[in-house]
Design a protein around this ligand. Sequence first.
Ligand code: AHR
Length: 500
Amino acid sequence: MEKAKIILDKDFAISPIDEKVFSSFVEPLGRCIYGGLYEPGHPAADEKGFRRDVLELIKPLNLTLNRFPGGNYVSTYRWEDSIGPKDKRPRRAEVAWQCIETNEFGLNEFADWSKLNGSDVMMTVNLATRGILEAMDCVEYCNFTGGTYWSDLRKSHGYQEPHGFTYWCLTNEIDGIWQVGQTTGADYGRLAREASKGMKLIDSNIKTVLAGSSSPGMDTFPSFDAEALDESYEFIDYLSIHQYLGNAKNDTPNYMAKPMSTDAYLKTAISTCDYIQARKRSNKQVHISFDEFNTWHTIEEEERFINKWETAPPLLEDVYTMEDALVLGGMLLAVLKNADRVRIANVSELVNCISHIRTSNMGGAWVLPPYYAFLHFTQYGRGTALQTQVISPKYDSTSFTDVPYLDSMATIADNGNITIFAINRSMENALPVEAELRGFDSYRVGKHIVLESGNPKDTNTEDNPNFVTPHEKGNAVIEEGMVRAKLPKLSWNVIVLEKK
Ligand code: AHR
């Protein structure tokens, strides 16, 4: 195959990468919590029922935020159900996923669990079927020091110190017909503005996230976002958008191209924020919280209507494969390409449900191939985003034209090391790549990590958990100021250049 070229120039820094893009999402859905990160009685569970084996897989990700509890779940969420003595907590018919919610694992348990993996809670309030006052009460319970009804109640539950949650989502995907409480951008924008105002009066340190479009495919994108922003611009801090990509037609070349839509989606959402900023003659810039994204295949199966009213049934347990790793990798590179404006990014979700970390009840825990793309992103994606000029051979797929075989992005770490992320989208051929380093002297190849597999549908299972794992046998070298490598077909590559 014809060679691809990347130009890296010291003067082409995009911006520092916000630590909050290394985040995830936990929803009380299926076995994400129950049988996932929490399973009292499991041999690996600690005294609180948190599975240590699952934590061991999460810790290396060094997550900044964990969004909780929704998701669709939040549209009928009563946060008060999930606090206080466990035996007094009500069982509820949870309508979003048609399950029974026992509330055994609630808000304080999630705060405890997040501390164990060193991340902060990004809390979501229900503005779909509840109101401003309940949202303010929740801030008071979580963040107020003491001497009020809600803060003293928290203390009586054993939490003397406030949780101090900073990031608050103002409900979830309220543009979607599947949401109880769906409404228009303008009506939601007015509600979100008043809720944000009230919540910030309780705690002026918090930052709020306006719920924008649930996918670029919504008929109301981006007008819903513009209307909601128009009503709330000066009162909120981030615009949330979501995206899931799938391969329903089993058309892998087309699937590989889909992260191009992520980049376009992020750019349109950013432009929508800037359009409202301009309309308002405001100095304030609203940033993007890409707080749900991933690949998702069971989305069309409506599994939730099959498993009616069970507690923690196995819902949305997609079997993610090598090709999903490349598509998630492409979405992560889109986050880096827009690092100046995407300030929060949560891969959705963390355990079992549309997740790369898997467990079996009372059994093992293992990871699926996309876990490694996310792990590398969290390990080597920190620092400053560096624009990459990519000149690559291209192909046309079913719904995209001029798809570069090479997708790439680079970062500079605080210690001066450069990481080049590179995806070869070709199913047939290895791709020779040459990266020109402009203004970067004295570097050597530290490592060239490769995630590849013989078949795009290869994956890991409980019995064979290491079938697809990365290796460090990539062939990148530096010659005459050029990084040269051959990227195997359908591969994810992380080339780390160390300063000599
Ligand atoms: O992550 C699964 C679901 O996808 C979330 O609950 C919802 O926000 C989105 O539609």
